[in-house]
Design a protein around this ligand. Structure first.
Ligand code: NI
Length: 146
């Protein structure tokens, strides 16, 4: 890590006590790493608010493959968006249920819309979308060489 800057924060004691309890439960070794994660989360949210920003994400889907045509619908949908879908992991959990994890990369608005359409497909029991900003949108390009 380069260019580390120290700064201090003033807070009510009770608020800081609750924060310390929270970060200890989550496994943070110190406040600095916890606060850096909060800052990163805020920056990612800011990037993802821009629909044209470069983003990555995963969609987790739980469904029963016996539901009529559901597997085919999900597969057709993914073929239609093959440029946005980087990879798909499919696990047969038991005789009925499937777990599918779909990795997406593209514009923030585009991958959110695709995730929403997969999750809302009739017969999907549970779905969750998690997005992050592509790291290149968080770290500014280095200045050009002179
Ligand atoms: Ni399966």
């Amino acid at each position: 890590m380069t260019d580390v800057v120290r700064f201090s924060i003033s807070s009510e004691g009770a608020l800081l006590d609750r924060f310390d309890t929270l970060i200890a439960r989550k496994g943070y070794g110190n406040r600095s790493e916890a606060i850096r994660d909060l800052i990163r989360n805020a920056l990612v949210e800011e990037v993802l608010a821009n629909e044209s920003a470069e983003a990555v994400g995963t969609v987790t889907l739980m469904y029963d493959h016996h539901v009529a045509e559901l597997s085919n619908k999900l597969t057709d949908h993914q073929h239609h968006h093959h440029r946005t879908i980087v990879s798909t992991l499919h696990i047969h959990l038991d005789d009925h249920d499937c777990l599918e994890v779909v990795v997406l990369r593209g514009r923030a608005g585009e991958i959110r819309a695709l995730a929403d359409s997969l999750i809302s497909t009739k017969g999907v029991k549970h779905g969750r979308f998690v997005a992050s900003a592509a790291t290149s949108s968080l770290v500014p390009d280095p200045p050009p060489c002179a």
